[in-house]
Write a protein that binds this ligand. Structure first.
Ligand code: KIV
Ligand code: ZN
Length: 526
């Protein structure tokens, strides 16, 4: 049997469904380019019909990267048409369509009598819808993937019937999601083995697995699926995703690499790019990686106890099953300082995976020298933050030009801000419970909006007293949340940057939505 594993990365689709992880279009494009560098086989770039930003992101990624780009669509004509439109100009394109197949989902989502009165009738309707929509997708592109949503809890014989219909209609990848993270590894592996044995013409399709982590078993289940014949795995960077997340790409890839002796299955992933990708995703989504997380956590390669350190010094293999270098963790941490020049900065940024256009280098260098003045040693993580920051400034609708915050144990915390809004400068001041509250109140007054702050988190990014502090602020409007991340050696300033960035994301989203609504209304009038 083929021993090559297809890595289908869904960080930008399922991963972005993590609460508060909303990414801007340009952040998604940048992550997609890094995923290409990591050498994933397929990038699921989004769900185009679900929002104008999703559509735009899928379209841009499809036009700008060379790997296969998948667009998600329910088994509905409108979804499939929108998925196709978004990817049609791309080099390699895939439509990924899905139907619900478990009784829980069928009775919950297809309760309406027009799908049939009994469960048996509804099941038949779903088979027909799946067949028709795979066929429609196949009329648009060659590469069609079909997913049986909640396959983990679907009656196995019914699952066989649905999959046979999808293959007959032209699906070339059949995905088996454990949507609710319910199954156990042995059970999930047996399901894959059963499907491989029973489904007619299964040899015409690649079996894929897509596991969620509700019981902490997503990676174990994915590996059980691979052991039993799956040759595509759907996963996300850092394991982000709906609820407890998806299977973590880095864990699956490194498990296969380290234990090649057991499975003999390989991926094409360039493992040295794992750390860069993990940091980029964490920085843009604001979802921090837990320190003890396998492969990419801060402590993944730290040896604390004397016995371990002694063993490591004598022979690394005593306590290390893979080297940190394999996943792109560098041992040399301090890279630059205030005396470093443009060449040194550009070379280091290149190594970290950032393509700096000559016309941008001056501005980036200016921000670098400002930072190097505040910090003696500039670490790789500082540079990553600097790059994220310079990107976000370009997209600002609200540009925080100035802030002054005044606090102390016996004064009323007060803040004054100056914000450029669509070319006009607004100034305002406010007081608050503390300096951060005062600052947020002043910003609210200056922009005449008061978003609900859902969460506020602060942490230090690098080591030392003058370390950069990173603040992540999540705000909510209607049914969506938006996360902004700000970084500075001053955490009050970082708070202001994070809050403004979250507001900018919300504003971008609302402006695109309104623009499309107006266009629709205008069409109606014409
Ligand atoms: O978890 C799931 O079932 C999904 C499908 C859309 C593949 O994400
Ligand atoms: Zn999923």
């Amino acid at each position: 049997m083929n021993n090559q594993l297809i890595i289908f990365d869904t960080t930008l689709r399922d991963g972005e469904q993590s609460p508060g992880a909303s990414l801007s279009v340009s952040e998604k494009v940048e992550i997609a380019k890094q995923l290409e560098k990591l050498n994933v086989d397929v990038i699921e770039a989004g769900f185009p019909v679900s929002s104008p930003e999703q559509y735009e992101a899928v379209e841009r990624i499809s036009n700008e990267v060379g790997v296969t780009v998948a667009a998600l669509a329910r088994a509905k004509e409108i979804d499939i048409k929108s998925a196709y439109d978004a990817i049609k100009n791309g080099e390699k394109k895939r439509i990924h369509t899905f139907s619900s197949t478990s009784d829980y989902h069928i009775l919950g989502k297809f309760g309406d009598d027009r799908y049939g009165r009994t469960l048996a009738e509804k099941r038949e309707t779903i088979i027909k819808m799946s067949y028709d929509m795979v066929k429609y997708a196949k009329s648009l592109v060659d590469d069609v993937e079909f997913s049986a949503e909640d396959a983990g809890r679907t009656d196995l014989n019914y699952l066989v019937e649905v999959i046979e219909a999808a293959i007959e209609a032209g699906a070339t990848t059949i995905n088996i999601p454990d949507t609710t993270g319910y199954t156990f590894p042995r059970e999930f592996g047996e399901k894959i083995a059963y499907l491989k044995k029973k489904v007619k013409n299964i040899e015409n399709a690649i079996i894929s697995v897509h596991c969620h982590n509700d019981l902490g078993l997503a990676v174990a289940n994915s590996i059980a699926g691979i052991e039993n014949g799956a040759r595509q795995v759907e996963c996300t960077i850092n394991g982000i995703g709906e609820r407890a997340g998806n299977a973590a790409l880095e864990e699956i890839v490194m498990a296969l690499k380290v234990r090649k002796d057991i499975l003999g299955i390989e991926s094409k992933i360039d493992t040295k790019e794992i750390m860069n990708t993990s940091k980029l995703v964490s920085g843009y989504t604001g979802i921090i990686v837990q320190p003890n997380k396998a492969i990419v956590g801060e402590n993944a390669f730290a040896h604390e106890s004397g016995i371990h350190q002694d063993g490591m010094l004598k022979n690394r293999e005593t306590y290390e099953i893979m080297t940190p270098e394999t996943v792109g963790v560098q041992n040399t941490k301090i890279v630059l300082g205030r005396h470093s020049g443009r060449h040194g900065l550009k070379a280091r940024l290149d190594e970290l995976g950032y393509k700096v256009a000559p016309e941008d280098l001056n501005n980036i260098y200016k921000s670098f020298t400002k930072l190097a003045d505040k910090k003696k040693e500039v670490y790789d993580d500082d540079l990553r933050i600097l790059m994220g920051d310079s990107k976000n400034r370009n997209e600002a609708i609200y540009d925080l030009k100035y802030m002054h915050v005044f606090g102390g144990s016996s004064t009323i915390p007060t803040a004054t801000v100056r914000i450029k809004v669509d070319g006009k400068v607004n100034e305002d001041s406010a007081t608050g419970d503390g300096p951060v509250d005062a600052l947020f109140n002043a910003i609210d007054r200056a922009i005449d909006k008061k978003p609900t702050v859902e969460s506020y988190r602060v942490r230090s990014v690098t080591a030392g007293r003058e370390a950069l502090g990173e603040v992540a602020v999540r705000i909510r409007k209607d049914d969506r949340s938006y996360t902004g991340v700000g970084v500075s050696t001053d955490i009050i300033e970082a708070s202001g940057k994070a809050y403004i960035q979250a507001i900018n994301k919300k504003e971008h989203h609302e402006r695109i939505k309104n623009k499309l609504q107006n266009e629709e209304e205008l069409k109606g009038e014409i």
